[in-house]
Design a protein around this ligand. Structure first.
Ligand code: GRF
Length: 311
């Protein structure tokens, strides 16, 4: 992959520098910042007035690739320098997860969904993918529970459905390593926890930092750390007048990561945990699809605890 990025950088370098296009580090740095990428090394090079050498282009391309922003940046470059003949670049593009049809696009956005139960949230994602609302592909549904109805839903839609039970006495991290093997093999761009009743190890969360999202049936930070009907029971006991759901990035602490989407429902005097759960669930389906759509379109930027959405 590094080689392909190098080739790509070389082509752009040749196209930009040789014909003496007026692109300098200041332009590159500004466009990177517009894409939400701030990098100390680039800042340093900018301060010392370094030239935009082949190596700098390569560094920039690697950075963009890691941030999954290479396509947006290449499109900006194209606008700036005019269409170029990509010649034999197709292979390189493929390897770095891009395709080109006059504009650059990231290749399919691969989603892995982790489940343990009935999978109504999974169904909402399947429907959104099938209708084209989400431009992506569910590459696997993985369950730690054998009878999970979610696995049946996945099979019915021709999605690879995998039952991955924990072994007796297996350490959390060891299970997560087996899970990660599948996820990597599937080249997942996003891991969605849709009713996955296992806490993930710090190792796993770190490996997939900003790549795992979870749906929780309350307005976090209220009523976090519990699940199922208990969440709604607690909300009713507390006497809240609104409840709802939260889609958030997963961090080491349960139900505590940066919030991507929240949706509310009104609590009625006659509500039971069951009736409230039912109304919240409808909102969960909307919220989860919205969050996946935003992330897959690269419109989400994390700033500390805040998730900024480009509208
Ligand atoms: C949902 O309420 C979700 O918020 C929670 O687990 C439940 C899963 O429901 N994390 P389903 O399996 O998607 O129907």
């Amino acid at each position: 992959m590094r080689d392909e990025l190098k080739n790509l950088a070389d082509v752009f370098f040749a196209k930009i520098v040789e014909p003496a296009y007026k692109i300098n580090l200041s332009w590159v740095r500004r466009e990177l910042m517009n894409l939400g990428i701030k990098d100390e090394n680039i800042d340093h090079l900018y301060i010392i007035n370094a030239p935009l050498s082949r190596e700098v282009w390569y560094y920039v391309f690697v950075k963009l690739y890691e941030e999954k922003k290479l396509d947006s940046f290449l499109n900006l470059l194209l606008e700036k320098i005019g269409a170029i003949n990509l010649g034999k670049l197709t292979e390189n593009l493929d390897a770095v997860g891009l395709c080109y049809d006059g504009r650059f696009h990231l290749k399919t956005f691969n989603i892995v969904v982790l489940v343990s139960g009935r999978g109504t949230n999974l169904q909402a994602i399947i429907d959104a993918v099938e209708s084209g609302e989400i431009n992506g592909k569910i590459v696997a549904v993985i369950s730690n529970k054998k009878g999970a109805y979610a696995l049946k839903r996945a099979k019915k839609h021709g999605i690879d459905s995998i039952y991955l039970p924990a072994k007796k006495g297996e350490k959390r991290e060891d299970y997560d390593k087996r899970l990660a093997e599948i996820i990597d093999e599937k080249k997942a761009n996003l891991i969605v926890l849709a009713g996955f009743l296992r806490i993930l190890s710090p190792w796993f969360v770190k490996k997939y930092e900003n790549t795992i999202i979870n749906i929780h049936p309350s307005l976090l930070p209220a009523f976090g750390g519990i699940y199922g009907l208990d969440v709604h029971r607690k909300a009713l006991e507390y006497g809240v007048k609104v409840s709802g759901c939260t889609v958030h990035f997963v961090t080491e602490n349960v139900d505590s990561g940066p919030i991507i989407v929240q949706k509310c429902v009104e609590v009625m005097d006659e509500d039971t945990p069951e009736s409230l759960a039912e109304r919240v669930l409808e909102k969960e389906h909307e919220a989860l699809v919205e969050a996946i759509k935003l992330i897959s379109e690269g419109r989400v930027k994390i700033e500390g605890r805040r998730v900024i959405v480009k509208r």
